[in-house]
Design a protein around this ligand. Structure first.
Ligand code: PEP
Ligand code: MN
Length: 337
């Protein structure tokens, strides 16, 4: 971080500022010019409140050299992280495939779909038990009953389960019952929830917020990591733009951007990104080709009658076709499924 001091600032005020900064364990290099004094801060400046620094009346300008996220930053952790979930992982040489319905609707539905996606080669089963719907009158999910049904599907197929958590009072139960805890786009900046999840050691699937920048998304990962949980898988699921044709705009460039900025694995959810089943296949292929560590796909045995997101769900037959093509694409980018 570089701080430019205003001309005519008193020597005493400059000394006071340097004293405060050094008290935080940060070394200060001082360059005195004819008009400006420049302070170069050396050390971990991630805890420095840049806004507080800016309101100091002797400060002209503050510039960060380093990104504000540290634990998630590739600079400090050059080796890519791989997040283990039992005998499976995200971020190794294998593409992690999470598939299943948007919502758990019944035991029969989730078990049927689980068997189908496993047969096609999925490595994880997804299913929402608690649904963060835009309208309070839409189907809200089966709640903990849905979680129990997911556990039955896991028993039947051996597929680890991924399900979305909505609030911090659910953390204990989810940590016990779910293999990967999903934080949805709407909760990406629910900092109380992120901190509670940080106290567990469970793998967390952190979806990108509806309008979040990549840096804001990584800062949310940093919240979880700052409490000691480094098991984070990022998920690009489309962002809000002026384009209305698709439900969201899939930011595929987030994949190489995250790979450059962070060591955390990243997967792509083309279902919520596009909102249309017929677009899921080409976008999933693009995701794997771009270097994503996995994908998350909504699969329903009867999309027309799905209780949520039927329009963007693909059938088990289509999912099987997708998996066949992904085997070829993943081979071309040095991965396997
Ligand atoms: C979901 O995965 O079911 C979901 C609600 O996704 P998002 O949080 O990305 O909208
Ligand atoms: Mn959905």
């Amino acid at each position: 971080m570089v701080i430019v001091i205003k001309p005519h600032a008193s020597k005493q005020r400059i000394e006071e500022l340097i004293y405060d900064i050094e008290n935080n364990g940060i070394a200060v290099e001082r360059v005195v010019g004819s008009d400006y004094t420049i302070l170069g801060l050396v050390g971990d400046t991630s805890k420095i409140d840049i806004d507080r620094m800016r309101v100091n009346e002797i400060v002209h300008k503050v510039m960060r050299i380093q990104e504000p996220f540290k634990r998630a930053n590739r600079l400090f952790h050059p080796k890519s992280s791989s997040i283990k979930v039992g005998d499976r992982e995200f971020g190794g040489g294998k593409i992690g495939v999470i598939a299943g319905p948007c919502s758990v609707e019944s035991e029969e539905q989730i078990v049927t779909i689980a068997k189908k996606v496993k047969e096609a080669g999925a490595s994880f089963l997804r299913g929402g038990a608690f649904k963060p719907r835009t309208s309070p009158y839409s189907f809200q999910g089966l709640g903990y009953e849905g979680l129990e049904m997911l556990k039955i599907a896991k028993q039947e197929t051996g597929l680890p389960i991924v399900s979305e958590i909505l609030s911090e009072n659910m953390v204990e139960r989810f940590a016990r019952d779910v293999d990967v805890i999903q934080v949805g786009a709407r909760n990406m900046q629910n900092f109380m929830l992120l901190k509670e999840l940080g106290k567990t050691r469970k793998p967390i699937l952190l979806k990108r917020g509806l309008s979040a920048t990549i840096e804001e998304w990584l800062m949310s990962a940093e919240y979880i990591m700052s409490e000691g949980n480094n098991n984070i898988i990022l998920c690009e699921r489309g962002i809000r733009t002026f384009e209305k044709y698709t439900r969201n705009t899939l930011d595929i460039s987030a994949v190489p951007a995250i790979k450059r900025m962070s060591h955390l694995p990243i997967i792509v959810d083309p279902s919520h990104a596009t909102g249309m089943g017929w677009m899921v296949m080409p976008m999933a292929r693009a995701a794997v080709a771009s270097g994503a560590d996995g994908i998350m796909i909504e699969v329903h045995n009867d999309p027309e009658h799905a209780l949520s997101d039927g329009n963007q769900s693909i059938t088990p037959i289509e999912f099987n076709e997708l998996m066949n093509s992904l085997r070829i694409i993943s081979g071309a980018v040095g991965r396997s499924i």
